[in-house]
Design a protein around this ligand. Structure first.
Ligand code: FES
Ligand code: FES
Length: 192
C-alpha cells in the first residue's frame, strides 16, 4: 500500500493546528494519545476523516464515520468476509485494515460498484441467494472482483474465490446459481 505522496495530518490536540506528516503514519506520534486527520478516497470520492484514533479499522471508518454501512461487521477478525472491499484493486477484509494505512489508495466498497443494482446483485435476488443478507455485500464484492479477473470461471474457481465469505443461511447453492447465471448472461446466455 503506497504512502508516498499521501497527505496525512496529525492533530495531537483540538487546539493544535494540523501539521502535515510526511511518510509513514506509524511515526506520527500516536503514542502521545493524539488523533489523526486524513483523507480517504472511497468510491471515487475524497472523504475527510477527522479526529481519528490510529487503530480505527477501515471497516469502522467506512461504517461509522463515512456513512457507508454496506460493508458488514460480522466477526471483526478476518474470518467471515462480510466486510470485503477493494483497496487498489486488491480484495481485503476491511476489518483487518487500519484505515489510516489506506491514505492514498483507491478504496471501493460495495456502494461504489454501481449507482444501481449490478447484474450480479440482480442475479442474487432472482436466485434467492439473499436471506439475512449479512454475507451478501462481501460476496458481491468478492465475485465482482473474480469476474473482472476471470470472466468465465469454473465452479471450482468460484468456490475458491468465495471460500473466505461465510454464509450461514443459503448453503451456497443459490449463491453459486446466481454467479453461474451472471456469467451465462454476460457470455450471451449460451451456458447451461
Ligand atoms: S467482519 Fe471482517 S472478516 Fe468478518
Ligand atoms: S444470507 Fe444470511 S449469512 Fe448469507
Amino acid at each position: 500500500m503506497a504512502w508516498g505522496g499521501a497527505r496525512l495530518t496529525f492533530n495531537p490536540a483540538e487546539t493544535t493546528p494540523e501539521v502535515p506528516i510526511e511518510g509513514n503514519v506509524l511515526s506520527s506520534g500516536e503514542e502521545d494519545g493524539g488523533t489523526l486527520c486524513y483523507t480517504l478516497k472511497v468510491n471515487g470520492i475524497d472523504h475527510r476523516v477527522e479526529s481519528s484514533w490510529l487503530g480505527e479499522s477501515l471497516l469502522w471508518v467506512l461504517r461509522e464515520r463515512l456513512g457507508l454501512p454496506g460493508s458488514k461487521n460480522a466477526c471483526e477478525q478476518g474470518e467471515c468476509g462480510s466486510c470485503s472491499v477493494l483497496v487498489d484493486h486488491t480484495l481485503l477484509c476491511s476489518c483487518l485494515v487500519m484505515a489510516a494505512s489506506a491514505v492514498g489508495s483507491e478504496i471501493v466498497a460495495v456502494e461504489g460498484l454501481s449507482e444501481s443494482l449490478t447484474d450480479l446483485q440482480e442475479a442474487f435476488i432472482q436466485a434467492g441467494a439473499v436471506q439475512c443478507g449479512f454475507c451478501t455485500p462481501g460476496l458481491i464484492v468478492t465475485v465482482q472482483d473474480l469476474l473482472e479477473r476471470v470472466p468465465e470461471p469454473t465452479e471450482l474457481e468460484v468456490r475458491e474465490a468465495i471460500s473466505g465469505n461465510l454464509c450461514r443461511c443459503t448453503g451456497y447453492g443459490r449463491i453459486l446459481e446466481a454467479v453461474q447465471a451472471t456469467v451465462a448472461s454476460r457470455l450471451g446466455g449460451s451456458r447451461p
